[in-house]
Design a binder for this molecule. Structure first.
Ligand code: ADP
Length: 253
């Protein structure tokens, strides 16, 4: 679903943020992307839907089989939905309903289809009946779910999340994780919240200084303390003190 082949990227000031990165996300797979600040995670995510320009980039990126290049950006953006860290960057309409409908409206759908997709998307993030609410007056958790509904309303095949649980309170975080578990799309999730990554992701990629330095099953990678420490990360608590019954008490069902 996402194919990244030997991708490097330098910002216009010459700073090389991504160096020779290759990986794949298979259909339906949820993959975590971890690494210290400045590792190049956000840059890599922005390259995936062409938000960062192809000048400065080498290598090949395909999403749902479509090459990420200037002439195909609208097709790419139909395949992959982005959830940014700060919901205030993503919400700009006077009401929740208009915000969620914005994406589908760009796809040239009928009014009835737009309304139906908006209703379905709000239901899938458990915000039924929020259409007339004012985005700015919602809690962070609710705003984030409205953003997710806006992304889902475009019916993408892959989802890319940048720090989805940043600044959440524990309940908001648990609810978000529970909702994400129900989404069938392929997902790539960049975060410092390693417990969330462990709860959602089968596989994890570790980036440091622009390079992909490790890749493997989430518990094996995140549980590798020397690897975590070598790249400015910490082994998650739930792996330091495994639950006596072998279950990880990370997220309540
Ligand atoms: P992460 O998301 O892992 O914290 P980033 O992708 O934000 O890492 O940053 C990777 C590197 O690229 C860092 O060295 C950062 O300073 C640099 N960088 C990020 N944005 C820009 C920019 N707009 N111009 C120049 N350098 C940038």
């Amino acid at each position: 679903m996402i194919e990244v082949e030997d991708v490097s990227f330098s910002y216009p000031d010459g700073r090389q943020a991504v160096r020779g990165v290759s990986f794949r996300v298979r259909p339906g797979e949820t993959v975590g992307l971890v690494g210290p600040n400045g590792a190049g995670k956000s840059t890599l995510l922005l390259l995936l839907n062409g938000l960062l320009g192809v000048p400065g980039r080498t290598g090949r990126i395909r999403v749902g089989g479509i090459e990420v290049e200037k002439s195909r950006l609208s097709a790419v953006r139909r395949k992959v939905g982005f959830l940014f860290q700060d919901p205030d960057d993503q919400l700009f309409c006077p009401t929740v309903g208009e915000d969620v409908a914005f994406g589908p409206a760009q796809l040239g759908l009928s009014e009835a289809e737009i309304a139906e997709r908006t209703r379905r998307a709000l239901a899938s993030v458990e915000l039924e009946g929020f259409e007339d609410r004012i985005p700015q007056r919602l809690s962070l958790g609710e705003k984030k779910r409205v953003c997710l509904a806006g992304v889902l309303a475009c019916e993408p095949e892959a989802l890319v999340f940048d720090e989805p649980t940043a600044n959440f309170d524990p309940r908001g975080r648990r609810e978000f994780i529970r909702l994400c578990r129900k989404l069938p799309q392929s997902k790539l999730i960049a975060s410092h919240d390693l417990e969330m990554i462990l709860a959602l992701c089968g596989r994890v990629l570790v980036m440091d200084r622009g390079e992909l330095v490790a890749e493997g099953p989430a518990a094996a990678i995140l549980g590798d303390e020397p690897l975590m420490l070598a790249h400015g990360l910490e082994k998650p608590h739930s792996l330091l003190h495994p639950h006596p019954h072998g279950k990880m008490p990370v997220v309540e069902k």
